[in-house]
Write a protein that binds this ligand. Structure first.
Ligand code: G6P
Ligand code: MG
Length: 216
């Protein structure tokens, strides 16, 4: 039986995936790489520097910039992103997720955050939901990002739970792979996530009853 839930943040709890995409789109334009829906989807769950590499590669520009210039481009993206994030309020918790967090809390489930974002603690604070979670995995300490299982294994550790009793929620393909490799139950937000154990079209569909229904 599931005893804890490990949450991705951007695109699962926070309506911030669109803000990452908006800021990266500007970077893509700047380096003359084409911004496509496929690229936008592939960037979900990917770390800041790896995202930049993927954007440069999309236009064949990976060798056109020095390491220092790449760091500058990534820093510039983060500055733009943080500017966009300033406008987030508790109303930007994605539909249904506040109710789901409340349901989990009331039912005694543990919760933790498994986000690749170094901005995750700031966003939780802005959405006023920090206190729901036992803790947040620090992505700076990871040896490998999603799809590696490390982040979701650590998220189980934060809750003091074995992976077998943890469910992970994700909106990215890389994240679902990470959850599956960690030996946890994978819950995908988005019908394209064919590798997820359980899939929901939208955050508003997620509840304990709906998860049980899909597993039955
Ligand atoms: C999440 C998002 C990605 C983002 C990554 C790093 O996984 O889905 O879009 O690139 O975090 O975020 P950061 O805020 O540290 O640049
Ligand atoms: Mg995400």
């Amino acid at each position: 039986d599931i005893k804890g839930f490990a949450f991705d943040l951007d695109g699962v709890i926070a309506d911030s995936a669109r803000l990452h995409a908006k800021a990266w789109h500007q970077t893509a334009d700047e380096v003359h790489s084409e911004w496509t829906p496929e690229l936008a989807e592939a960037l979900k769950g990917v770390s800041r520097m790896d995202s930049l590499e993927m954007i440069l590669k999309a236009g064949g520009h990976e060798n056109d910039y020095t390491e220092d210039e790449k760091v500058a481009l990534a820093t510039e993206k983060n500055t733009k992103y943080l500017k966009l994030v300033e406008s987030l309020t508790p109303d930007d918790v994605l539909p249904g997720m506040k109710a789901f967090l409340d349901e989990l809390k009331a039912s005694g489930y543990k919760m933790s955050v498994a986000s690749a974002s170094k901005n995750a603690p700031a966003i939780l604070k802005q959405l006023k939901i920090t206190d729901y979670f036992e803790g947040v995995v620090d992505p700076a300490k990871l040896h490998a990002g999603k799809p590696d299982p490390e982040i979701f294994s650590l998220a189980a550790g934060v809750m003091d739970l074995a992976p077998e009793v943890v469910a992970g929620l994700e909106d990215s393909g890389a994240g679902i792979k990470s959850i599956n490799a960690a030996g946890e139950l994978s819950i995908g937000i988005g019908n394209q996530l064919t590798e997820a154990d359980v899939r929901f079209a939208d955050t508003s569909d997620v509840s304990l009853a709906a998860i049980k229904d899909k597993l039955a």
